[in-house]
Each structure stands twice: as structure tokens, then as C-alpha cells.
Design a protein around this ligand. Sequence first.
Ligand code: FES
Ligand SMILES: [Fe+2]
Length: 392
Amino acid sequence: MLTHEENILLTQVGRGTPCGELLRRYWHPVAAAAELTDEKPIRRVKILDEELVVYRDKKGSYGLVGEHCPHRLASLAYGRVDEEGIRCPYHGWKFDGTGKCLEQPAEPADSTFKDRIKHVAYPVEYLGGLIYAYLGPAPAPLLPRWDVLVWEHGRRWIVKESVIDCNWLQPMENSVDPSHLFWLHGDTAHLAPRVKKYAEKHEFTRFEYGIKKRRTTLPLSTAGKSEVDEHPLLFPSVLRHVAPFNQGKSVRHNLQIRVPIDDHHTQVFRANFVPSETERSPADAAVPFRFTPLKTAPREYKMDMVSAQDSMAWETQGHLTDRATEHLGVGDEGVIELRKLLKEQIERVQQGLEPIGIIRDPVKNQLIDLGVINERIGLYGNQSEHRECAAS
Ligand code: FES
Ligand SMILES: [Fe+2]
């Protein structure tokens, strides 16, 4: 359990809060690129408690600026884009992707007023079908080139799920909580058969990007063999996972990216990748996108879906779960380790140090292969071996 003060410390996402400042040291996706179209090139987004708009201008460049125009605060979400940037719908002030004010149509032609206006703007980058943003201090670190976003030997697609009505840390604690698999997802046959025929050993190891979670299933009879499932939590807000695909004929690698909207809401993006001998996903190709609702109404979850089962658990813990009243046991070792890591990283930022997992070396960032293992579905520790298995 945590004290009320510790709970607040580890969960708040706003600018100026200790955790919010830590979260601003990392890139977060704000939209799937496919969500911005010629018909609708602007979207309102909220991230880390900041109201923003993401847009694609007529040259195809992306921008992320404050939603409220610095003139008299009308919403740029109803604005227009051109080759240079975004224009406010109210009096036509225009801004580029750096927040520079380019035009103020109602001001005299020789006015320098626009030069003294600097609108909120953040760097954005496209990778693997997602538009990522960095809301922290300059210089921005490199956007991590996780394997799922960069691999080309197969098919990639992006899924955006219904907004989760709870704080971001609840889904992240779930990512280091392997004991929930059998109970929460056990009726979804491909994940964990309802009749439990094995014991489990769980290990959590820190590595340079977060925490590796290793589950070893131990057969209860001498006839079976033990199997390893190891995949990482990429600090602070991503789970790298893998699951069977196409009735177990292939595997679906994925990143589950939990983006803090504000203290009580989280947006999940999933980047999926299925290796294939016949399909290719060049880095500059358009990536298909779909929206997946997890509920039919507030608190009415589609409980035949694994992700809806998870979101049920996270939301019913409360918008911001009261960690002062919980009772953690030995089986919550991963959750305890994550909280410890998070607290340490908050303190590092407060001391002016760089937190875990920040990448600044382009050589290291060509393609970060996370070496996920899931022996039950044919993924072994050796990467080349697993690609053969996955493609067969
Ligand atoms: S409120 Fe935006 S131009 Fe006036
Ligand atoms: Fe789960």
C-alpha cells in the first residue's frame, strides 16, 4: 500500500507535478496518422492534462499546438490548414508548427505584434503509423524505434481503443501483474485454459528500458515441460507483448501504449505487427488504422474481449485507485517493483538527472529488438529462430 501522498506523487500527470515532469521526458503518441485526412486534417487531443490540436498541413507536415488561440482563446480544432500551418477560425491568426505567429489579418501591415506572440507548440514525429509528441524540455531525446514500429518483414496496423476512465498507472501496474492472466482472461481460451495444469514462477528484472517480466510455467505432472514467457514493460507507459494470431498459425507482436490524458483518463494505442513471408511494411508506407470500442455503455464492457476484460479491472479500481486501502501480497511483487522504479525516476528528474530509457545515440536507435520470448506459441530466445517459427 501507499500513503495518500505517495499515491498522488506517483500518478499526477499535469505540468509542474513531479510525475508529470517525469512523463514529459518521454515521447507519447497523440494520434494515428490515419486519423488525419484531407477532409479532417485537425484533431483535438488532450495529453498530460494539456489541451492541444494535432494537424497535418497541406505540405504533409504534422504539427501539435495549444488548442486555444492566444488571441482570444477560440479553439484551433475548428481552424483551417494551409501549406504553412494552422489558422484560427475566429479572426484568422495563423501559426506554424513551432508556435510562431505568421499572420494577424486585423493588425496593421507594419505591425510587429505577431513577432511577440509565441503559441504553445511541441515537436512531433511520425513512426510506424503513429504521430508521437514530446512535451518536455529541450533537447528532445530520440523517439525510440521499437521493433514493432520499425520491422518491415510483415504487416503492421494500429488500433485505438475507447478511452479508459482511470489513471495511467493502473494499466501499467497490470503490465507487471502476471497472476491476473489465468483469472481475468482464463475464459478466453487461447490465452489460458480454464483448467489450470501448471504452477507459475514470476521474475522481474530491470533492464535499460524498464522491467522484464518472466513467467515460467511449471507442469504439475512429470510428463509436461516448463515454458518461458518473457516480455518487457517499457518505462514508463508501454507494454511490449505477443499473442497467437490466425488460430495459432502465426504470432501478433504488439506495443500497448498507455497515453495519460489527464489524472483520470488514459488513451490506449496498440501497434500490431504480424511477420509474414509475403507481406512487407516499408517504413514510409501508410499504416491501416481502426478504432475498437471496449464498452457498449459506461461500465458495460465487452467481456468476451481480452482488452475489455483488462479495462474493466482498471476502471473498477476507481478513477484513481486508493492505494492506501489495498492489501498487496507476494503475488504483487511486480507492482511493487514498478512503483519503486517510478519513484526513483521521479527523484532523478527532481535532481536534474536523466531518467531510465532515454535514448540519444542514433546508432543504438536503428531498431531496438526487444527479444520477446513466448515458448508456448513458438517464440524462443534466439531471434532468428523465432522469425522462422513466426513465418511458418
Ligand atoms: S481568437 Fe484566434 S484569431 Fe482571434
Ligand atoms: Fe490482462
